[in-house]
Design a protein around this ligand. Structure first.
Ligand SMILES: *Cc1c(COP(=O)(O)O)cnc(C)c1O
Length: 379
C-alpha cells in the first residue's frame, strides 16, 4: 500500500539542523542570545509587535491570560471550535468560560454572538483564527473594548497571514502563537505571545520567568546585595530554550514559502472538489489573506465518519478539528449542555481536515483528491 500521509507535518532542512547544532556547541542552551534573536525575528512577521517566546502554544495562552490579570470571578468569552487549551488555560486561572457560537461558513467566532454574550464580568474575548483564516478581528475588538475587555487572538493556525492588509499579531491586544510540528512553523514544542502594550508585555515576561524582579528600581529590598532578586507575583518557568529558538529563527526564513505552498494546495483542493454535491469547500472572506494551517472540507448528508474511515483505510491521514470544546467531559461535568452553539456543532459533525503541509507533493495532493472523489464514485 502507498505510504501513510499525515494531515500535517514539519519541514526541517539541513540549514535548520545546522542552526540548532551551532547553539548546542555554544555557551547558551537557554536564556541566551538566540531567544532575543528569535523574538526580534518574530516581530518582523507581526508588523513589529514585540513577542515573548514560550514553551508551547498552551503556555502562550496561559501567559497571555495571566498578563491580562484573569482570575476568579472573571469571564472569558471564547469559541467552541478550538483546541481545548484556548479555554482550559483561562479556567485554570479561575475564570468562568463562556462559549459563543461561530459563523456557519468560517467557523470563526460570530461578532453578533459575542455581543449578545458580553457581561460586566467579561475580561477577555478570545478568538481563534480557525484553519488559518483570521477571525472578524476589528468587529471583535470593537465589541470587547466597548465593555473594557481585551481581545486575545489565538493565532496558533494563522501566523504569516494578514487581515485587511495587516499581519496577524499586529491587531489584537494579545496574540498567541504555537510552533508545534503541524503548525505553520515549528520549534518542536514552542509558542509566543505578541502584544503592543508595554504593560501586558511586562506581565507576559514576568509570568514566563517565575515573576522574578531583577531590576533594582522595582525591588522592595534593593540594598540586599547584587545577587538579590524578588518575586512580586507568582509565575512559572515557560522559557523557550536557545536550542529551539535557533530552529524557530531558521524556520521563519521560510514562512512565506510555507504559506505559498499551503495556499497552492488549498486552491487545488478547492478546484478539484468544486463540482461535488456531497461536500462544501472552505470560504475566504474579503480582506483575508490566510496562511492556511488546515484544509477543512465539510462532508454533507451525515457521511463524514464514513469518509474519514474510507480515507484512513487507504492511508490518507485525515483529522477532525475540533470537537466543540464544551463537549469535553470536563465541561460537561460543570453543567455545559450540548446544543448551546448549533453552528459549531453542525460544523463539527461535517468537518474533515485533509493533508496540508509544505512538503506534500503534487502526486500526494492528487492521491488525496482521488480518494475524496472516489468515495463519491467520481474520478
Ligand atoms: C495547537 C493549538 C494550541 C496549543 O498549542 P501547543 O503548542 O500544542 O500547546 C492552542 N490553540 C489552538 C487553536 C491550537 O491549534
Amino acid at each position: 500500500m502507498a505510504e501513510f500521509l499525515p494531515y500535517g507535518r514539519q519541514s526541517v532542512t539541513d540549514e535548520d539542523i545546522a542552526a540548532v547544532t551551532e547553539v548546542l556547541r555554544g555557551d547558551w542552551l537557554t536564556t541566551g542570545p538566540a531567544v532575543t534573536q528569535f523574538e526580534a525575528d518574530l516581530a518582523e512577521h507581526t508588523g513589529g509587535t514585540p513577542a515573548v517566546a514560550v514553551t508551547s502554544g498552551t503556555a502562550a495562552l496561559h501567559v497571555a491570560y495571566a498578563a491580562a490579570g484573569i482570575g476568579t470571578g472573571d469571564e472569558v468569552l471564547t469559541t467552541p471550535m478550538t483546541f481545548v487549551a484556548t479555554a482550559s488555560t483561562a479556567a485554570l486561572l479561575g475564570a468562568t468560560i463562556v462559549f459563543a457560537d461561530v459563523d456557519a461558513d468560517t467557523a470563526n467566532l460570530s461578532p453578533a454572538a459575542v455581543e449578545a454574550a458580553m457581561t460586566s464580568r467579561t475580561k477577555v474575548v478570545a478568538a481563534v483564527d480557525y484553519a488559518g483564516h483570521p477571525a472578524e478581528l476589528d468587529e471583535l475588538a470593537r465589541i470587547a473594548h466597548a465593555s473594557g475587555a481585551l481581545l486575545l487572538e489565538d493565532a496558533a493556525h494563522s501566523v504569516g497571514g494578514t487581515w485587511q492588509g495587516r499581519p496577524v499579531g499586529s491587531i489584537a491586544d494579545l496574540t498567541t502563537l504555537s510552533f508545534f510540528p503541524t503548525k505553520n512553523l515549528t520549534t518542536a514544542e514552542g509558542g509566543a505571545v505578541a502584544t503592543p502594550s508595554e504593560e501586558l508585555l511586562a506581565g507576559a515576561r514576568g509570568f514566563r520567568n517565575h515573576g522574578l524582579v531583577r531590576d533594582k528600581a522595582a525591588q522592595r529590598f534593593p540594598d540586599e546585595g547584587a545577587w538579590h532578586q524578588e518575586v512580586h507575583e507568582f509565575g512559572l518557568n515557560y522559557r523557550l530554550p536557545d536550542v529551539l529558538c535557533a530552529l524557530g529563527s531558521s524556520q521563519l526564513r521560510r514562512l512565506d514559502e510555507f504559506k505559498k505552498r499551503r495556499a497552492r494546495i488549498h486552491a487545488r483542493y478547492n478546484e478539484a472538489f468544486a463540482d461535488l454535491d456531497g461536500v462544501l469547500t472552505p470560504v475566504t472572506r474579503a480582506g483575508a489573506d490566510p496562511a492556511w494551517h488546515l484544509y477543512p472540507l465539510r462532508v454533507l448528508d451525515g457521511r463524514r465518519r464514513a469518509m474519514f474511515d474510507s480515507l484512513r483505510g487507504i492511508g490518507i491521514g485525515v483529522q477532525v478539528n475540533y470537537i466543540p470544546a464544551y463537549w469535553h467531559p470536563v465541561f460537561a461535568d460543570l453543567g455545559y449542555q450540548r446544543g448551546m452553539c448549533p453552528n459549531a456543532e453542525l460544523y463539527y459533525s461535517q468537518e474533515l481536515s485533509l493533508p496540508l503541509f509544505p512538503s506534500l507533493t503534487d502526486t500526494d495532493v492528487e492521491r488525496v483528491i482521488a480518494g475524496v472523489r472516489g468515495f463519491f464514485g467520481e474520478s
